[in-house]
Design a protein around this ligand. Structure first.
Ligand code: KIV
Length: 268
């Protein structure tokens, strides 16, 4: 059997140019990694959401670099085709030297292809330092869960004109600093579309509307097994019946076909 193609940042840039939506899901272990790749997911995110959905914490703040290395390595052992992005956890990139050391661990021990950082233009020097060492960076704007206490809760960001303008400027600055990819979380759908059209790099949305270049969901939300209330921007793809493989394929098809996110998953 032919080995599946290995997706790279070049694949994602091509998909953006061709207008094909990128399908991304979080993964934290080997078995789900195989199933997600079989379903056609191009990007796997080893998200620090694992602090909440796997470790049972109230936020992502307690997650350590060692936790991320452990889960990233589980994913990497099974990974055959998807681009693997690994979150840098809270405070692990608070200065450039820490960011370089910790990103090196995520790449060398965890098999990351790219690291993700939460925050705006203040991170430009860190992004420059990482990319100059050959470490690709995904930026993350909008609702940045590591700053939940500063944001005053898990709320939609960028609704006011000033906040929307700042977010767009942050996105441009991070692209200029060398970020290869951007995640936008919980912002108005109109702003998600504007940032995606404005940037050359691919933009992956979660609660950021249908006009982003791709979509990401937390795996356990997509399967409807996250305890508590499901975020309004997500959809339980297992609810319609079938098995896990069917649900993952249905997600990829809905993203590619533009049926997900639907208006009820978007913010204004
Ligand atoms: O940690 C995570 O799963 C994430 C996604 C919500 C984008 O950062």
């Amino acid at each position: 059997m032919a080995e599946p193609r290995f997706h790279t940042i070049a694949t994602l840039r091509r998909l953006k140019q061709e207008g094909e939506k990128i399908a991304c899901v979080t993964s934290y272990d080997a078995s789900f990694t195989s199933r997600l790749e079989e379903a056609g997911v191009e990007v796997l995110l080893v998200g620090d959401s694992l602090g909440m959905v796997i470790q049972g914490h109230e936020s992502t703040l307690p997650v350590t670099v060692s936790d991320m290395v452990y889960h990233a390595a589980c994913v990497a052992r099974a990974g055959r085709s998807a681009l693997r992005i690994v979150d840098m956890p809270f405070m692990s990139y608070a200065d450039t030297s820490r960011a370089l050391d910790n990103a090196a661990r995520l790449m060398a021990e965890g098999g990351a292809h790219m690291v993700k950082l939460e925050g705006g233009r203040r991170l430009c020097p860190t992004v420059e330092a990482l990319t100059s060492q050959g470490i690709p960076v995904c930026a993350h704007l909008g609702l940045t869960p590591q700053s939940v206490h500063q944001l005053g809760g898990y709320r939609v960001q960028g609704r006011e004109p000033d906040a929307a303008r700042r977010l767009l400027e942050d996105a441009r600055a991070l692209q200029q600093a060398g970020a290869s990819l951007l995640v936008l979380e919980c912002i108005p759908a109109v702003l998600g579309g504007e940032v995606s059209r404005e940037l050359e790099i691919p933009v992956i949305g979660i609660g950021a509307g249908p006009d982003c270049d791709g979509q990401v969901l937390v795996l356990y939300d997509l399967l409807g097994i996250t305890p508590g209330r499901r975020p309004s921007f997500s959809r339980d793809f297992l609810a319609d019946g079938g098995n896990i493989a069917d649900a993952l394929r249905a997600y990829v098809e809905a993203v590619k076909g533009g049926q997900f996110p639907a208006p009820e998953h978007c913010f204004s």
